[in-house]
Design a binder for this molecule. Structure first.
Ligand code: GAL
Length: 500
């Protein structure tokens, strides 16, 4: 027993020392001059006031049926920006709610909504925080879902581009960093393949949905999302970019997929997964077509870009945002795909979370009564910093080293954690240390990454799991909305100190 204990102690010391050499001296200076640090949020997750201020409903209000109940960034706007300044952040990635600007998706403008974003942007600039504005974070106006089934219709392309253009025209004199969409893959996969997210459509075989077709709809939706993105970029480039001198891009989620074994079959499985995941969007944007693997597997169900569309889509970005949280092993299941066709089924891969009994990274430990969450609360979230390095290097090698921002990264605690435990978030600090060290390594190895955004500034509304999860570096009391920085916020404050 004593032997075992001393061995454990030795191991602990070793881990601490090894960890320390990688991360102890991490600071702003570890990154190139001008590298930006920020935090990210999205409109639906923090704004609240869902049915107030002239806002029209979005598909998420319909999906969850309890419009963003308690949150109100609105009333805390100045306080939250002051917080960012206080914590030494340089930038803030927020999203604009389409239905707060156009309550019906098109047509009449809600001036109160415009005034809100003007106030937000102006105050940020006054305080020296650089705005990164994202035009859509899952929240399509419900009116367009009702009118023509939203993303499933090609009609959305023009309506989206009109909305985007309104934003360029109205805010572009001050906003110089635009993102068209956050995680469009999640919209297509969770909204139309398994029905987990709004608008909750899928085939019977893949979820509890009243309508949908997992075999075709995810692909149609992605096609329309890519065309919407490209149409908005075209408007920006033709009419605003030269004068406003900004840049525009898209935010893509990217789980790293590592082959489970060194077999050829597992390597192919991992590559298929990457192609179906980030390649689904990045391949058309860089090369003008969907990845060959997808073309071969999805065949006629995969829409094609016309010659004109290829011209518009190819090269339609100045920067790419990558949201990176976690990593999984992939293996070839050595079976044919299921007879019910679907987007996830098309990958025909197996997911694994350990190799020879060793987990890919620490994950949620079971909570018992009062036991503190040892890792992330979300069960999909394994802490695997080396996966971030691989993901970034993959984008560099495969897609011509584009300008990248690491646009989301972070971990959550359970929502019902007592405040004092939630504030003592050393696990989150370790998570950030590991991932920032991996990011630094990628930059040192030549990846063109120019900024990092932590998800999230605040504990907020975590989509399907609502307020049961806390991703913030700042604690929010969900009843009073009082904000209290956690230890991780002070850790950021320390490493981001600027030289006077
Ligand atoms: C991202 C999403 C965010 C946030 C985060 C944590 O996929 O863009 O809105 O919820 O995950 O799950």
């Amino acid at each position: 027993m004593i032997k075992l204990l001393s061995l454990l102690a030795l191991l602990w010391v070793y881990m601490a020392v090894v960890g320390a050499t990688h991360t102890a001296d991490l600071s702003r200076k570890s990154f190139p001059k001008g590298f930006l640090f920020g935090t990210a949020t999205s409109a639906y997750q923090v704004e609240g006031m869902a049915s107030k201020g002239g806002r029209g409903p979005s598909i998420w209000d319909e999906f969850i049926k309890t419009p963003g109940a308690y949150f109100s960034f609105f009333k805390h706007l100045l306080e939250d920006i002051n917080l960012m300044v206080n914590l030494n952040f340089d930038a803030y990635r927020f999203s604009i709610s389409w239905s707060r600007i156009f309550p019906n998706g098109t047509g009449k403008v809600n001036r109160k909504g415009v005034a809100y974003y003007n106030r937000l942007i102006n105050y940020m600039l006054r305080k020296g925080i650089t705005p990164y504005a994202n035009l859509n974070h899952y929240d399509l106006p419900l009116a367009l879902e009702n009118k023509y089934l939203g993303w499933l219709s090609h009609d959305v392309v023009k309506d989206y581009a009109d909305y985007a253009e309104f934003c360029f025209k109205t805010f572009g004199d001050r906003v110089k960093n635009w993102m068209t969409f956050n995680e469009p893959r999640v919209v297509a996969a969770l909204g139309y393949d398994n029905g987990f997210f709004a608008p909750g459509r899928c085939s019977k075989a893949y979820g509890n949905c009243t309508a949908g077709n997992s075999a075709t709809e995810p692909y149609i939706v992605t096609h329309n999302l890519i065309l919407s993105h490209a149409a908005a970029v075209q408007r920006y480039r033709q009419k605003y970019q030269e004068k406003q001198k900004g840049r525009i891009g898209i935010l893509l989620d990217f789980v790293w997929y590592e082959p489970l074994t060194r077999s050829k079959a597992d390597n192919y499985a991992a590559q298929r997964a990457r192609d179906f995941h980030v390649g689904w969007f990045l391949h058309p944007l860089v090369y003008g077509e969907y990845p060959k693997t997808m073309q071969n597997i999805v065949k006629d169900r995969l829409p094609k870009f016309t010659k004109e569309e290829v011209k518009m889509v190819k090269g339609s970005f100045d920067l790419i945002g990558i949201n990176q949280y976690t990593t999984y092993y992939m293996y070839d299941p050595h079976t044919s795909p299921p007879k019910d066709l679907g987007y996830q089924a098309d990958w025909n891969v197996g997911f694994a979370y350990e190799r020879k009994g060793v987990p890919i990274g620490p994950r949620t430990k079971l909570y018992e009564e009062d036991i503190l969450c040892v890792q992330a609360y979300s069960n999909w979230l394994y802490n695997v910093p080396w996966g971030l390095h691989k993901a970034i290097m993959y984008i560099k090698e495969r897609y011509g080293n584009p300008t990248v921002i690491l646009a989301e990264n972070g971990m959550d605690d359970p929502g019902n954690l007592t405040m004092s435990k939630a504030l003592h978030d050393t696990t989150r600090i370790n998570y950030y240390k590991g991932y920032l060290a991996a990011l630094k390594q990628s930059v040192d190895e030549g990846a063109n990454v120019v900024g990092y955004f932590a998800w999230s500034l605040l504990d907020n509304f975590e989509w399907r799991i609502g307020y049961t999860s806390r991703f913030g570096i700042v604690y929010v009391d969900f009843k009073t909305l009082k904000r209290t920085p956690k230890m991780s916020a002070y850790w950021f404050k320390k490493i981001l100190r600027k030289n006077k």
